[in-house]
Write a protein that binds this ligand. Structure first.
Ligand code: MG
Ligand code: ZN
Length: 225
């Protein structure tokens, strides 16, 4: 029996060309956001703590303005719609695993009418400023305080039965890449995969991703024959 291909696809900087949290902060946040971002990237504070503090800088009353801005601002990487269709046709299991927030991830993805589940952080606008909620926190095997813990989700898929592919671009995909069976990577994540000797292929568009998946499917079928 060949294994089921399961794809864990990042959102910011992968499906979208740019990081949407950075775009939102640049446009709406007071200057403190830059220092918080530096602390997150320097791993002085966890991603969960940092992202929580970033959104606490923004008034809840600005919700609609922020959503309108980011939906018009976010550019989707070429080939994404074709990639979604390819996954459906080939019966690949696709999951969107995003460290982004529901109030912008969902409207940006809405035009694609995904059947795939979307794992991301939640939001609460009932207070003066935006509160991020964390429905997918780290399991007992992860102590990174990720916020949305990608490795916790990947671990639910048995490697005996599943061939687990991480698609991503940045530091927040690295832990998942290390436990995956294969990585499709761009930018920082591609450099890291190269350096660490992980099994990976680089991509720039989702047409590249489709090509790589075609190869992986052929390999899986090869195993069975
Ligand atoms: Mg990313
Ligand atoms: Zn975690």
């Amino acid at each position: 029996m060949s294994k089921q291909l399961v794809l864990f696809c990042d959102f910011d900087g992968t499906i979208t060309e740019k990081d949407n949290i950075v775009s939102i902060m640049r446009r709406f946040a007071p200057p403190e956001w830059e220092e918080l971002t530096r602390q997150i990237l320097g791993q002085e504070i966890s991603v969960r703590e940092g992202v929580g503090k970033l959104f606490a800088l923004l008034p809840s009353a600005q919700k609609q303005e922020i959503v309108d801005y980011i939906v018009s601002e976010a550019a989707i990487r070429p080939g994404f719609a074709q990639f979604v269709r390819f996954c459906e046709e080939k019966s690949l299991e696709l999951l969107i695993t995003s460290g982004g927030i529901d109030f912008f991830v969902e409207p940006i993805l809405a035009p694609f009418q995904l059947k795939a589940p979307i794992y991301c952080n939640g939001s609460d606008f009932s207070g003066e400023t935006i509160t991020i909620t964390w429905p997918h926190r780290c399991d007992e095997h992860c102590d990174n305080d990720c916020g949305m813990c990608k490795t916790s989700i990947i671990r639910r898929y048995d490697p005996e039965r599943c061939f687990r592919v991480v698609i991503g671009d940045s530091i927040t995909d690295l832990a998942g890449a290390k436990i995956a069976d294969f990585v499709i990577a761009r930018s920082f994540l591609a450099q890291k995969c190269e350096k660490l000797g992980l099994r990976y292929r680089p991509f720039e568009t989702f047409y590249d991703v489709i090509d790589t998946l075609g190869t992986l499917i052929a390999e899986q079928e090869g195993i069975t024959s």
